[in-house]
Design a protein around this ligand. Structure first.
Ligand code: 13P
Length: 255
């Protein structure tokens, strides 16, 4: 069973260039010597190069918040997985619920994006799934999670050491200050684990897939998320905009 935890910061569209540089420097300082888990930061695509230069020589990995499903060509405004890799990205978030909501991304697109990202060596997709509040209230969560996984990942070949991270982010928990109850997260992760077993077999699942949680995690509530089964890490939004708080989160979850 994997023991390494992934703690991933999603800075979303929150920071200017100057703020990105300054927070990246704070992260580098804060995490100097930290080797208990995998730390990755996903700044705005526009500032990836600057962040890469700062993180060079540190253990902090770089991630992007989106990628095109196309590799090259006349796709105005898009950024390919290849380009992300070129500037030093190791991770890329795909199908975040904010993109599903505001940009009408659907799982057909997300599926194509996963394929495009897996084409690039050493680039790991972080595939977001999660139910809405209505789906939760009508008791459809389990079905929704399995359906999203199948749409995003069915038929995808996973080779060798390739990693795929599934981020369980209940939409109602994102940016609301209302994190899920840890026991509920554990249950949802179990559903995801079983669905991935069905789709890829237990061996590939254990070796190549990781499941992380995202939604209103902060330095206080993170304590409840340590030692949960099938909890391979966290995807953190708001609380990742403060280096010290994000460091505390990383410290706690890797204890
Ligand atoms: P918050 O931590 O701000 O709820 O955001 C979670 C998220 O969307 C990470 O991708």
């Amino acid at each position: 069973m994997p023991t390494k935890k992934y703690i991933i910061a999603n800075w979303k569209m929150n920071l200017s260039l100057a703020q990105t540089i300054s927070l990246a420097k704070e992260f580098k300082k804060e995490f100097a010597g930290f080797s208990r888990g995998e730390i990755a930061v996903c700044p705005s695509a526009l500032f990836l190069t600057e962040a890469a230069a700062i993180f060079k020589g540190s253990a902090i990995k770089l991630g992007a918040q989106n990628a095109s499903w196309e590799n090259k060509g006349a796709y105005t405004g898009e950024i390919s997985a290849d380009m992300l890799s070129d500037v030093g990205c190791r991770y890329v978030i795909l199908g975040h619920s904010e993109r599903r909501k505001y940009l009408f991304e659907n799982y057909e697109m997300i599926h194509k994006k996963v394929r495009a990202v897996l084409e690039i060596e050493n680039l790991t997709p972080i595939v977001c799934i999660g139910e809405s509040i209505e789906e939760k209230k009508s008791d459809r969560r389990d079905f929704v999670l399995v359906d999203q996984l199948q749409q995003a990942l069915s038929g995808i070949d996973v080779f060798g050491e390739q990693e795929i991270i599934v981020a369980y982010e209940p939409i109602w928990a994102i940016g609301t200050g209302m994190a899920i109850e840890p026991a509920e997260a554990e249950y949802a992760h179990k559903i995801i684990k079983l669905a991935l077993n069905d789709m890829f077999g237990m061996q590939v699942n254990n070796k190549n897939f990781r499941i992380i949680y995202g939604g209103s995690i902060n330095a206080q509530n993170v304590k409840g998320f340590t030692n949960l089964e099938n909890m391979d890490g966290l995807l953190v939004g708001g609380a990742s905009l403060k280096a010290e708080e994000f460091y505390k989160i990383a410290q706690t979850i890797t204890k």
